[in-house]
Design a binder for this molecule. Structure first.
Ligand code: ADP
Length: 386
Protein backbone atom coordinates (compact mmCIF):
# COMPACT_ATOMS: atom_id res chain seq x y z
CA UNK A 1 0.00 0.00 0.00
CA UNK A 2 1.48 3.38 -1.00
CA UNK A 3 0.80 6.19 1.44
CA UNK A 4 0.63 9.84 0.37
CA UNK A 5 2.92 10.94 3.20
CA UNK A 6 5.32 9.17 5.54
CA UNK A 7 4.91 7.59 8.94
CA UNK A 8 7.24 8.80 11.68
CA UNK A 9 8.28 6.07 14.13
CA UNK A 10 9.86 6.53 17.55
CA UNK A 11 11.46 3.61 19.39
CA UNK A 12 12.50 4.65 22.89
CA UNK A 13 15.02 2.51 24.76
CA UNK A 14 16.06 3.19 28.34
CA UNK A 15 18.84 5.60 27.25
CA UNK A 16 18.31 5.82 23.49
CA UNK A 17 15.74 7.07 21.01
CA UNK A 18 15.64 5.58 17.52
CA UNK A 19 13.55 7.43 14.95
CA UNK A 20 12.64 6.69 11.37
CA UNK A 21 10.64 8.45 8.67
CA UNK A 22 9.10 5.71 6.51
CA UNK A 23 7.25 5.91 3.21
CA UNK A 24 5.85 2.49 2.25
CA UNK A 25 8.77 0.11 2.71
CA UNK A 26 11.25 2.90 1.99
CA UNK A 27 13.21 4.70 4.73
CA UNK A 28 13.37 8.45 4.10
CA UNK A 29 15.41 9.20 7.18
CA UNK A 30 16.69 7.22 10.12
CA UNK A 31 18.63 8.17 13.22
CA UNK A 32 19.36 7.53 16.87
CA UNK A 33 19.81 9.81 19.88
CA UNK A 34 22.04 8.15 22.48
CA UNK A 35 23.24 8.74 26.05
CA UNK A 36 19.90 10.16 27.16
CA UNK A 37 20.11 11.16 30.82
CA UNK A 38 23.89 10.67 30.79
CA UNK A 39 26.62 13.30 30.89
CA UNK A 40 26.86 15.15 27.57
CA UNK A 41 23.59 13.65 26.28
CA UNK A 42 20.04 15.05 26.19
CA UNK A 43 18.57 15.48 29.67
CA UNK A 44 15.53 13.29 29.07
CA UNK A 45 13.51 11.60 26.32
CA UNK A 46 11.51 14.81 25.70
CA UNK A 47 14.78 16.58 24.86
CA UNK A 48 15.76 13.64 22.68
CA UNK A 49 12.60 14.20 20.60
CA UNK A 50 13.70 17.82 20.08
CA UNK A 51 17.11 16.60 18.82
CA UNK A 52 15.47 14.01 16.56
CA UNK A 53 13.14 16.61 15.04
CA UNK A 54 16.02 19.02 14.49
CA UNK A 55 17.77 16.28 12.53
CA UNK A 56 14.62 15.32 10.60
CA UNK A 57 14.03 18.94 9.63
CA UNK A 58 17.54 19.50 8.38
CA UNK A 59 17.75 18.63 4.74
CA UNK A 60 14.80 16.30 4.23
CA UNK A 61 14.45 16.61 0.46
CA UNK A 62 11.58 18.25 -1.42
CA UNK A 63 8.44 19.74 0.08
CA UNK A 64 9.13 17.77 3.24
CA UNK A 65 11.77 20.39 4.00
CA UNK A 66 9.20 22.91 5.26
CA UNK A 67 9.99 23.69 8.89
CA UNK A 68 7.25 22.35 11.09
CA UNK A 69 6.19 19.60 8.73
CA UNK A 70 8.91 16.91 8.78
CA UNK A 71 7.25 15.79 5.58
CA UNK A 72 3.98 16.10 7.54
CA UNK A 73 3.69 12.47 8.68
CA UNK A 74 0.16 11.13 8.45
CA UNK A 75 0.73 9.12 11.61
CA UNK A 76 3.32 8.84 14.36
CA UNK A 77 4.14 5.38 15.73
CA UNK A 78 5.56 4.68 19.16
CA UNK A 79 7.05 1.45 20.47
CA UNK A 80 5.80 0.80 23.99
CA UNK A 81 7.35 -2.11 25.88
CA UNK A 82 4.61 -3.00 28.36
CA UNK A 83 0.93 -2.81 27.50
CA UNK A 84 0.01 -5.28 30.24
CA UNK A 85 -3.33 -7.04 30.18
CA UNK A 86 -5.25 -4.05 28.82
CA UNK A 87 -3.43 -2.88 25.71
CA UNK A 88 -3.34 -5.87 23.41
CA UNK A 89 -3.22 -4.38 19.90
CA UNK A 90 -1.90 -1.23 18.21
CA UNK A 91 -3.88 1.63 19.76
CA UNK A 92 -4.50 5.25 18.81
CA UNK A 93 -3.23 7.27 21.76
CA UNK A 94 -5.47 9.54 23.81
CA UNK A 95 -5.19 10.61 27.43
CA UNK A 96 -6.81 7.37 28.64
CA UNK A 97 -4.26 5.30 26.74
CA UNK A 98 -1.44 7.39 28.24
CA UNK A 99 -2.83 6.67 31.71
CA UNK A 100 -3.09 2.95 30.89
CA UNK A 101 0.54 2.83 29.70
CA UNK A 102 1.55 4.55 32.91
CA UNK A 103 -0.29 1.94 34.98
CA UNK A 104 2.13 -0.69 33.62
CA UNK A 105 5.22 1.39 34.48
CA UNK A 106 5.92 -0.69 37.64
CA UNK A 107 6.52 -3.71 35.40
CA UNK A 108 8.73 -1.83 32.90
CA UNK A 109 10.30 0.94 34.98
CA UNK A 110 13.14 1.65 32.54
CA UNK A 111 11.00 1.64 29.41
CA UNK A 112 7.41 2.82 29.80
CA UNK A 113 8.33 6.26 31.27
CA UNK A 114 10.71 6.84 28.34
CA UNK A 115 7.97 6.01 25.84
CA UNK A 116 5.51 8.25 27.68
CA UNK A 117 7.94 11.20 27.58
CA UNK A 118 8.46 10.67 23.85
CA UNK A 119 4.72 10.41 23.19
CA UNK A 120 3.99 13.61 25.13
CA UNK A 121 6.72 15.58 23.33
CA UNK A 122 5.74 14.24 19.91
CA UNK A 123 2.02 14.90 20.45
CA UNK A 124 2.83 18.52 21.31
CA UNK A 125 4.57 18.91 17.94
CA UNK A 126 2.26 16.79 15.78
CA UNK A 127 -1.06 17.59 17.38
CA UNK A 128 -3.25 16.94 14.34
CA UNK A 129 -2.18 13.44 13.29
CA UNK A 130 -2.90 10.13 15.01
CA UNK A 131 -0.24 8.79 17.36
CA UNK A 132 -0.29 5.01 17.61
CA UNK A 133 1.21 2.93 20.41
CA UNK A 134 2.49 -0.49 19.31
CA UNK A 135 3.22 -2.84 22.21
CA UNK A 136 5.96 -5.42 22.64
CA UNK A 137 3.58 -7.46 24.77
CA UNK A 138 0.61 -7.42 22.36
CA UNK A 139 1.75 -10.23 20.05
CA UNK A 140 1.67 -12.57 23.05
CA UNK A 141 -2.00 -11.86 23.83
CA UNK A 142 -2.63 -15.29 22.26
CA UNK A 143 -0.68 -17.21 24.92
CA UNK A 144 -2.88 -19.97 26.32
CA UNK A 145 -3.72 -19.70 30.00
CA UNK A 146 -1.46 -22.61 30.89
CA UNK A 147 1.48 -20.78 29.30
CA UNK A 148 0.91 -17.40 30.96
CA UNK A 149 -0.01 -18.66 34.44
CA UNK A 150 2.66 -18.84 37.13
CA UNK A 151 2.09 -21.57 39.67
CA UNK A 152 1.57 -19.33 42.70
CA UNK A 153 -1.54 -18.48 44.73
CA UNK A 154 -4.08 -17.40 42.13
CA UNK A 155 -5.54 -14.59 44.24
CA UNK A 156 -2.13 -12.99 44.78
CA UNK A 157 -1.31 -13.31 41.09
CA UNK A 158 -4.64 -11.77 40.05
CA UNK A 159 -4.38 -8.89 42.52
CA UNK A 160 -0.86 -7.98 41.38
CA UNK A 161 -1.03 -8.63 37.63
CA UNK A 162 1.53 -11.42 38.08
CA UNK A 163 1.56 -13.51 34.91
CA UNK A 164 3.67 -14.03 31.83
CA UNK A 165 3.19 -11.21 29.33
CA UNK A 166 6.11 -11.79 26.96
CA UNK A 167 8.09 -9.17 25.01
CA UNK A 168 9.88 -8.63 21.67
CA UNK A 169 6.49 -9.17 20.04
CA UNK A 170 6.91 -6.40 17.46
CA UNK A 171 10.10 -8.05 16.25
CA UNK A 172 8.74 -11.60 16.42
CA UNK A 173 5.69 -10.75 14.28
CA UNK A 174 7.90 -9.07 11.67
CA UNK A 175 10.45 -11.88 11.62
CA UNK A 176 7.69 -14.52 11.39
CA UNK A 177 6.40 -12.87 8.21
CA UNK A 178 9.86 -12.48 6.65
CA UNK A 179 10.72 -16.12 7.43
CA UNK A 180 7.43 -17.28 5.90
CA UNK A 181 8.23 -15.27 2.74
CA UNK A 182 11.71 -16.81 2.66
CA UNK A 183 10.24 -20.32 2.94
CA UNK A 184 7.48 -19.53 0.43
CA UNK A 185 4.77 -20.68 2.85
CA UNK A 186 1.94 -18.82 4.58
CA UNK A 187 2.88 -17.74 8.12
CA UNK A 188 -0.37 -19.10 9.52
CA UNK A 189 0.61 -22.62 8.50
CA UNK A 190 4.03 -22.64 10.14
CA UNK A 191 5.16 -23.82 13.58
CA UNK A 192 8.29 -21.89 14.49
CA UNK A 193 10.68 -21.08 17.26
CA UNK A 194 11.84 -17.48 16.87
CA UNK A 195 15.09 -16.67 18.68
CA UNK A 196 15.47 -12.91 19.09
CA UNK A 197 19.06 -12.61 20.32
CA UNK A 198 20.08 -8.98 20.84
CA UNK A 199 21.16 -7.32 24.08
CA UNK A 200 17.85 -8.60 25.37
CA UNK A 201 17.08 -12.13 24.20
CA UNK A 202 13.98 -14.28 23.98
CA UNK A 203 12.60 -17.45 22.44
CA UNK A 204 9.00 -17.65 21.22
CA UNK A 205 7.03 -20.71 20.12
CA UNK A 206 4.56 -20.00 17.30
CA UNK A 207 1.83 -22.52 16.44
CA UNK A 208 0.35 -21.74 13.02
CA UNK A 209 1.95 -18.29 13.29
CA UNK A 210 0.50 -17.47 16.70
CA UNK A 211 2.47 -17.07 19.94
CA UNK A 212 1.79 -20.01 22.28
CA UNK A 213 4.80 -19.75 24.57
CA UNK A 214 7.61 -17.28 25.16
CA UNK A 215 10.63 -17.13 27.41
CA UNK A 216 10.33 -13.61 28.81
CA UNK A 217 7.80 -13.35 31.60
CA UNK A 218 6.08 -10.72 33.70
CA UNK A 219 9.12 -8.59 32.84
CA UNK A 220 11.90 -8.87 30.23
CA UNK A 221 14.27 -10.36 32.83
CA UNK A 222 13.18 -13.99 32.43
CA UNK A 223 14.23 -16.69 29.99
CA UNK A 224 17.41 -16.76 27.95
CA UNK A 225 20.81 -15.58 29.15
CA UNK A 226 21.26 -12.02 27.85
CA UNK A 227 24.03 -9.43 27.46
CA UNK A 228 23.80 -8.32 31.08
CA UNK A 229 20.53 -9.91 32.31
CA UNK A 230 20.36 -13.25 34.06
CA UNK A 231 17.33 -14.80 32.42
CA UNK A 232 15.81 -17.71 34.38
CA UNK A 233 16.90 -18.08 38.01
CA UNK A 234 15.72 -19.99 41.05
CA UNK A 235 13.50 -17.42 42.85
CA UNK A 236 14.98 -18.54 46.17
CA UNK A 237 18.25 -16.86 45.21
CA UNK A 238 16.46 -13.58 45.89
CA UNK A 239 15.45 -14.61 49.46
CA UNK A 240 18.98 -15.80 50.08
CA UNK A 241 20.35 -12.37 49.11
CA UNK A 242 17.65 -10.50 51.09
CA UNK A 243 18.53 -12.49 54.21
CA UNK A 244 22.17 -11.63 53.61
CA UNK A 245 21.22 -7.94 53.78
CA UNK A 246 20.90 -7.01 50.10
CA UNK A 247 18.45 -4.22 49.24
CA UNK A 248 15.85 -4.64 46.45
CA UNK A 249 17.62 -2.13 44.19
CA UNK A 250 20.94 -3.92 44.65
CA UNK A 251 19.43 -7.28 43.73
CA UNK A 252 17.68 -5.74 40.73
CA UNK A 253 20.95 -4.19 39.56
CA UNK A 254 22.70 -7.56 40.02
CA UNK A 255 20.15 -9.42 37.86
CA UNK A 256 19.79 -6.64 35.27
CA UNK A 257 23.31 -5.31 34.87
CA UNK A 258 25.83 -7.69 36.44
CA UNK A 259 24.47 -10.96 35.10
CA UNK A 260 24.26 -12.68 31.73
CA UNK A 261 27.40 -12.60 29.60
CA UNK A 262 28.59 -9.50 31.48
CA UNK A 263 28.30 -11.19 34.86
CA UNK A 264 29.95 -14.39 33.70
CA UNK A 265 32.77 -12.97 31.62
CA UNK A 266 32.96 -9.24 32.33
CA UNK A 267 31.78 -8.45 28.83
CA UNK A 268 28.27 -8.12 27.39
CA UNK A 269 29.17 -8.14 23.71
CA UNK A 270 29.04 -11.57 22.07
CA UNK A 271 31.73 -10.58 19.58
CA UNK A 272 34.22 -9.92 22.38
CA UNK A 273 33.18 -12.99 24.37
CA UNK A 274 33.62 -15.17 21.26
CA UNK A 275 37.04 -13.74 20.54
CA UNK A 276 38.19 -14.24 24.13
CA UNK A 277 36.86 -17.81 24.13
CA UNK A 278 38.70 -18.49 20.88
CA UNK A 279 41.86 -17.13 22.54
CA UNK A 280 41.47 -19.68 25.34
CA UNK A 281 39.84 -17.55 28.06
CA UNK A 282 38.00 -20.03 30.33
CA UNK A 283 35.50 -17.46 31.71
CA UNK A 284 34.47 -16.42 28.21
CA UNK A 285 34.20 -20.07 27.13
CA UNK A 286 31.92 -20.88 30.07
CA UNK A 287 29.82 -17.75 29.40
CA UNK A 288 29.28 -18.82 25.81
CA UNK A 289 28.48 -22.36 26.92
CA UNK A 290 25.85 -21.19 29.43
CA UNK A 291 24.38 -18.81 26.82
CA UNK A 292 24.08 -21.45 24.07
CA UNK A 293 22.92 -24.21 26.42
CA UNK A 294 19.96 -22.07 27.55
CA UNK A 295 18.99 -21.50 23.91
CA UNK A 296 19.09 -25.29 23.29
CA UNK A 297 17.01 -25.83 26.40
CA UNK A 298 14.25 -23.58 25.04
CA UNK A 299 14.42 -25.05 21.53
CA UNK A 300 13.88 -28.50 23.03
CA UNK A 301 11.09 -27.29 25.30
CA UNK A 302 9.26 -25.48 22.51
CA UNK A 303 9.72 -28.35 20.10
CA UNK A 304 7.88 -30.46 22.67
CA UNK A 305 5.21 -27.78 23.20
CA UNK A 306 4.60 -27.49 19.44
CA UNK A 307 4.81 -31.17 18.59
CA UNK A 308 5.68 -30.44 14.98
CA UNK A 309 8.40 -27.87 14.32
CA UNK A 310 8.78 -26.41 10.82
CA UNK A 311 11.36 -23.67 11.33
CA UNK A 312 13.82 -22.14 13.74
CA UNK A 313 14.45 -18.46 13.04
CA UNK A 314 17.44 -16.50 14.33
CA UNK A 315 17.25 -12.70 14.48
CA UNK A 316 18.64 -9.51 16.11
CA UNK A 317 22.34 -8.63 16.55
CA UNK A 318 23.58 -12.00 17.79
CA UNK A 319 21.06 -14.13 15.91
CA UNK A 320 21.80 -12.42 12.60
CA UNK A 321 25.57 -12.21 12.93
CA UNK A 322 26.94 -14.95 15.17
CA UNK A 323 27.56 -18.20 13.30
CA UNK A 324 29.27 -19.45 16.48
CA UNK A 325 26.15 -19.02 18.63
CA UNK A 326 23.84 -20.47 15.97
CA UNK A 327 26.14 -23.44 15.42
CA UNK A 328 26.65 -24.17 19.11
CA UNK A 329 22.99 -23.75 19.98
CA UNK A 330 21.95 -26.29 17.33
CA UNK A 331 24.89 -28.67 17.55
CA UNK A 332 23.84 -32.29 18.10
CA UNK A 333 20.13 -31.71 17.46
CA UNK A 334 19.99 -34.01 14.41
CA UNK A 335 17.87 -36.52 16.39
CA UNK A 336 15.24 -33.73 16.59
CA UNK A 337 15.41 -33.27 12.81
CA UNK A 338 17.54 -30.12 13.09
CA UNK A 339 20.68 -30.14 10.95
CA UNK A 340 22.76 -27.09 10.11
CA UNK A 341 24.78 -26.73 6.91
CA UNK A 342 28.06 -25.50 8.40
CA UNK A 343 29.17 -23.64 5.28
CA UNK A 344 25.78 -21.94 4.90
CA UNK A 345 25.88 -21.00 8.59
CA UNK A 346 29.40 -19.58 8.37
CA UNK A 347 28.55 -17.51 5.27
CA UNK A 348 25.01 -16.54 6.29
CA UNK A 349 23.66 -13.18 5.19
CA UNK A 350 20.06 -12.51 6.15
CA UNK A 351 17.58 -13.45 4.84
CA UNK A 352 18.78 -17.01 4.24
CA UNK A 353 18.29 -20.67 5.10
CA UNK A 354 21.22 -22.37 6.85
CA UNK A 355 19.81 -25.86 7.41
CA UNK A 356 21.10 -28.86 5.49
CA UNK A 357 18.93 -30.22 2.66
CA UNK A 358 18.24 -33.30 4.80
CA UNK A 359 17.06 -31.25 7.83
CA UNK A 360 13.38 -31.76 8.64
CA UNK A 361 13.32 -28.35 10.35
CA UNK A 362 14.30 -25.29 8.28
CA UNK A 363 16.76 -23.00 10.05
CA UNK A 364 16.54 -19.37 8.92
CA UNK A 365 18.48 -16.19 9.58
CA UNK A 366 16.31 -13.10 9.18
CA UNK A 367 16.98 -9.42 9.93
CA UNK A 368 14.54 -7.78 12.29
CA UNK A 369 13.38 -4.20 11.88
CA UNK A 370 11.17 -2.90 14.67
CA UNK A 371 10.61 0.53 13.10
CA UNK A 372 9.44 -0.97 9.80
CA UNK A 373 7.31 -3.44 11.78
CA UNK A 374 5.62 -0.57 13.64
CA UNK A 375 4.91 1.25 10.37
CA UNK A 376 3.36 -1.97 8.98
CA UNK A 377 1.15 -2.32 12.07
CA UNK A 378 -0.08 1.26 11.61
CA UNK A 379 -0.87 0.76 7.93
CA UNK A 380 -2.82 -2.39 8.86
CA UNK A 381 -4.67 -0.55 11.65
CA UNK A 382 -5.91 2.16 9.27
CA UNK A 383 -6.49 -0.06 6.23
CA UNK A 384 -10.17 0.07 5.30
CA UNK A 385 -11.93 -3.17 6.20
CA UNK A 386 -12.82 -5.61 3.42
P1 ADP B 1 19.44 -4.40 20.86
O1 ADP B 1 18.87 -5.56 21.61
O2 ADP B 1 20.03 -3.36 21.75
O3 ADP B 1 18.56 -3.85 19.77
P2 ADP B 1 21.00 -5.70 18.79
O4 ADP B 1 19.88 -6.53 18.31
O5 ADP B 1 21.61 -4.71 17.86
O6 ADP B 1 20.72 -4.99 20.16
O7 ADP B 1 22.15 -6.71 19.29
C1 ADP B 1 23.30 -6.18 19.87
C2 ADP B 1 24.27 -7.31 20.14
O8 ADP B 1 24.51 -8.07 18.95
C3 ADP B 1 25.65 -6.82 20.56
O9 ADP B 1 25.72 -6.60 21.93
C4 ADP B 1 26.54 -7.95 20.13
O10 ADP B 1 26.69 -8.84 21.22
C5 ADP B 1 25.78 -8.68 19.05
N1 ADP B 1 26.45 -8.63 17.74
C6 ADP B 1 26.41 -7.65 16.83
N2 ADP B 1 27.18 -7.96 15.77
C7 ADP B 1 27.71 -9.18 16.03
C8 ADP B 1 28.61 -10.07 15.33
N3 ADP B 1 29.11 -9.75 14.13
N4 ADP B 1 28.91 -11.23 15.94
C9 ADP B 1 28.41 -11.57 17.13
N5 ADP B 1 27.58 -10.77 17.83
C10 ADP B 1 27.24 -9.61 17.29
Amino acid sequence: MVEPSPILVFNAGSSTLKYRLIMGDHDLRTGIVEHIGERGGPEDHGDAVTSALADLRSGTPGPADEPGTVGEPWAVGHRVVHGGAELRSPTVIDDDVLAAIDRWTPLAPAHNPAALAVIRAARAVFADVPHVAVFDTAFHATLPEAAFTYAIDRAVAAARGIRRYGFHGISVRYVRDRAAELLGRPADGLNMVVLHLGNGASATALADGVSVDTSMGMTPLAGLVMGSRSGDLDPAITFHLVRAGWATDEIEALYEKRSGLAGLSGNNDVRTVQQRAADGDACAELALDVYCRRIRHYIGAYHAVLGRLDAIVFTAGVGEHSAVVRGRALDGLAPLGIQVDDAANAGARAPCVISAGSSRVAVCVVATDEEQAIAEEIVTLFRPAG
